[in-house]
Ligand binder design. Structure first.
Ligand code: ADP
Ligand code: ZN
Length: 624
């Protein structure tokens, strides 16, 4: 989210027509002043005879024949100071007498045209230089005008507008201090911890430079809208006390062709001058989408902008202290080039807040609002599972508005509960807000995975379980971390892992009955199947097929597709065996859960209550 700030320092806009009119007036004035004096007023018309007389009396200095007018133009005068321009009238004798005269006066110059009194340099200026200048001026003026127009679309940070680049374009930079601190960002402890290093680096770039350590140039904040990515980026700048540049990816794309790339160049130029600083690119997926080779009529503008961004990222000196933060909620759609080392190679997930997180976000936003004493924040936090930070901030505001509407001086519990309804249940149900029943199912599902994992000796212990919806779209999540470096997997470990994967569904079946199993296990099923198949076809761990490679990995780098390398008959036998392995594992998981049903209920209740459980908390309840 951005606060768009008024462009209060830009000079008043002069329409381009203003300059055009000035140029036109200048040209017309010059015309009126110079040409008439030369061409009209001082040309005296004389008769043919008089002309011949003037030649005879040696007054004529120079003669020219003006073909288009059919007359002679000549310069003559009594003395050198009184020369004038004359032209002849009709000459009746085909010029025979004139020729005669001219032959007798070889000193008279006969030139192609009579130089007028106007300075030749001046006429050159008028006929050539002025028009060129004029068009140049029009071009320049309209260029600036366009840049200024586009400037209106640049998003604001807060405060100081700074002059930007030679072109006179401007970008809006937050005040030297954003004023946002990590304390203003509630929850998000993991994200804050990762960003702390960036802050430290900005504080003391020399410390890192001295050792030769390079900090990532780019950090990608990944999370749903409203989870506080912009807020975190501002907080990094605020904590480090460095300027904060922000721009949104979508604005690059709306520009005229070529402007996006120019804007990127300007942005980096300015950032380099202000280093150390933070450059924040919101919605980076708008420019950073995958480029498709051979795509017809692709968005050239976007591609140019992206290329420029990549070039600038490679070009700038990481030691100087320019750190790029970018936000997206679709990291999978980003061009791989953007994610390469030296670019956005660090990724920080910014997840939806859990119960505790929601409570603290509510408290942060309640600070500035008059609250009645004794508000039960737990109730509000509990009712808003799946809400983002922005939505929680909105809930507080809605409650305050409701209090004002009803003529009260402070916000009550009821106001808050009402506004939860309007903000969450109302318009935003489409978002990740989960129904209570769904939440319960997810809790049992996740505990099912964790319990099966914990009860199998060789399975890695869980480190974190959560039923807060993830950016990935998963409703819940059980994170297992293998102990130590773990490159090889034994047959037993693979079988245990398959059992763990079936644990989620097994718990659902056990608690809610077979008819109520849900689609939540689709990813588990996919993974379990893959593992079981690999066990047979690639790892050679079954008796029937022994150590025969039945599948080959097609492309190691592009998702590692595999293809069967066996007869159709063998393939169907493999399929049978895969089903067998998964069935066995599923059976095992069900057995484990049945044996520990009391713990399953206890743990699920605990997870429902807390929404997030660490591995230690889990083990504590399990061993209680
Ligand atoms: P994003 O950039 O991820 O879309 P923002 O950073 O713009 O989200 O968040 C929008 C608003 O929501 C913030 O200005 C803030 O008021 C509120 N908000 C979001 N997350 C938090 C949080 N963790 N703590 C406090 N406020 C938050
Ligand atoms: Zn699962």
């Amino acid at each position: 989210m951005h606060e768009v700030v008024n462009d209060n320092q830009s000079p008043p806009k002069r329409p381009f027509i203003f300059y055009a009119i000035i140029a036109l007036v200048v040209v017309m004035l010059l015309n009126a002043l110079l040409f008439p004096t030369v061409m009209k007023q001082s040309v005296i018309e004389v008769g043919y005879d008089q002309f011949l007389d003037m030649i005879d009396s040696d007054q004529v200095k120079e003669v020219a024949y003006d073909e288009s007018a059919g007359e002679f133009v000549f310069i003559a005068g009594e003395s050198e100071d009184a020369l004038g321009v004359y032209k002849t009238g009709i000459w009746p004798d085909d010029g025979q007498r004139l020729l005669q005269q001219l032959r007798e006066h070889p000193d008279i110059k006969f030139s192609a045209s009579i130089p007028t009194q106007a300075n030749p340099l001046l006429s050159l200026i008028i006929t050539w230089v002025l028009p060129i200048l004029f068009f140049f001026l029009i071009g320049e003026v309209s260029y600036r005008w366009m840049r200024k127009r586009m400037n209106g679309q640049i998003p604001g940070g807060m405060g100081n507008a700074m002059s930007f680049g030679k072109s006179g374009a401007k970008i809006y930079v937050a005040d030297e201090k954003t004023g946002v601190k990590f304390d203003d960002v509630a929850g998000q402890d993991e994200a804050k911890e990762s960003l702390m290093e960036v802050v430290d680096f900005l504080h003391e770039p020399k410390k890192y430079a001295a050792i030769g350590a390079k900090l990532p140039k780019g950090v990608l904040l990944v999370g749903q809208p409203g989870t506080g990515k912009t807020l975190l980026a501002k907080a990094v700048a605020g904590e480090a006390g460095v300027p904060f540049f922000s721009i949104s990816g979508s604005e690059f794309v709306e520009m005229f062709v070529g402007m996006g790339a120019a804007k990127v160049r300007d942005l980096f130029k300015q950032a380099n001058e202000k280093a150390p600083c933070i450059v924040f690119i919101d919605e980076i997926d708008a420019i950073g989408q995958k480029r498709h080779a051979g795509e017809m009529g692709g968005n050239d503008e976007r591609e140019q902008t992206l290329n420029q961004l990549l070039a600038e990222m490679d070009g700038f000196d990481g030691k100087k202290g320019v750190v790029l933060l970018a936000a997206t909620n679709r990291p999978e759609s980003l061009d791989p080039a953007l994610l390469r080392p030296g670019r956005f190679d660090r990724r920080i997930p910014v997840e939806l807040p859990d119960l505790q997180g929601r409570k603290s976000i509510l408290l942060v936003h309640a600070k500035g609002v008059q609250m009645e004493g004794g508000i039960n924040w737990d109730i509000i936090a509990r009712a808003t599972a799946g809400a983002s930070g922005a939505e929680l901030a909105n809930i507080i505001n809605e409650a305050a508005l409701r209090a004002v509407r009803e003529g009260r001086r402070s916000v009550t519990q009821e106001d808050l509960e009402e506004s939860v309804e309007t903000v969450i249940a109302g318009a935003q149900r489409k978002n990740a807000v989960i129904l209570d029943q769904e939440k319960k199912i997810v809790a049992y599902h996740e505990i099912g995975h964790a319990l099966v994992a914990a009860k199998q000796s060789n399975s890695a212990p869980v480190t974190k379980i959560t039923i807060v919806p993830r950016t990935s779209g998963a409703l819940g999540y059980t994170m297992q971390v293998d102990e130590g470096e773990h490159m090889l997997m034994s047959r037993k470990e693979i079988l245990n892992k398959i059992a763990t994967l079936t644990g989620g569904r097994s718990a659902e079946e056990l608690v809610f009955g077979e008819d109520n199993m849900t689609t939540g296990a689709s990813n588990d099923i996919e993974q379990a199947t893959k593992l079981a198949r690999a066990l047979i076809t690639r790892y050679g761990m079954t008796e029937e097929f022994d150590m025969v490679a039945l599948e080959t990995v097609q492309n190691q780098y592009l998702g590692a597709d595999t293809s069967l390398a066996c007869a159709a008959d063998t393939a169907s036998k493999i399929d049978e065996r895969v089903v067998g392995i998964v069935k066995e594992a599923h059976e095992k998981a069900r057995k484990i859960l049945k044996e520990n049903e009391a713990k399953l209920h206890e743990l699920a209740a605990c997870l429902l209550e807390k929404e997030t459980m660490t591995g230690d908390e889990f083990m504590e309840v399990l061993n209680r």
